[in-house]
Design a protein around this ligand. Structure first.
Ligand code: RP5
Length: 164
């Protein structure tokens, strides 16, 4: 069974990562969500990657803040795509996590999304776009979603536009 694996470094990351889970649910995409830290529970993290891959995880989403190494630790354990979501918080309010997540060495990619809710939501969209390469039904849903977004822009504009 194909699914998306979401791993958070701490329970405190859920306030933002719930938007990732909700987005996957909107598209009826199966996911597993666990807490495991690169620093606090390195053995659990290492073990989980292998177990999740065996169960059918096709994309991993890693959310971590501060000295965020979770996405990198996952990248070390699998060749499946890793999406990193930097979390706000700490003395630098996420700048530290963002730089840590995005600055992977050549050959060990982590697709890093934005800080905050937009990043959490986009991590789900990016994961679905990867799955949709081989899942036609999901590809159609994503195309329909784009059409809805476009229609909303046009409708919003009609509501307020002033033309000369
Ligand atoms: C990171 O440290 C976590 O991913 C979290 O974003 C941050 C703070 O963790 P807590 O102190 O809230 O558990 O490892």
């Amino acid at each position: 069974m194909d699914f998306v694996s979401i791993i958070m470094g701490s329970k405190s990351d859920y306030d933002v990562m719930k938007y990732c889970a909700e987005t996957l649910e909107q598209f009826q995409v199966k996911y597993e969500l666990i807490i495991s830290s690169a620093h606090r529970s390195p053995n659990r993290t290492k073990k989980y990657i292998k177990e999740a891959e065996k169960k059918g995880a096709k994309v991993f989403i890693a959310a971590a803040g501060m000295a965020a190494h979770l996405a990198g630790a996952l990248a070390a354990g699998t060749t499946k795509p890793i999406i990193g979501v930097p979390m706000k918080g700490g003395a630098m309010d996420g700048m530290d996590a963002m730089l840590s997540t995005v600055q992977m060495p050549a050959g060990m990619p982590v697709a890093t999304v934005a800080l905050g809710k937009a990043g959490a939501v986009n991590s789900a969209y990016l994961a679905m776009q990867i799955l949709a390469i081989t899942d036609k039904e999901l590809a159609t849903k994503l195309t329909e979603d784009r059409a809805v977004k476009e229609k909303k822009v046009v409708n919003d504009s009609r509501e307020i536009e002033v033309l000369i």
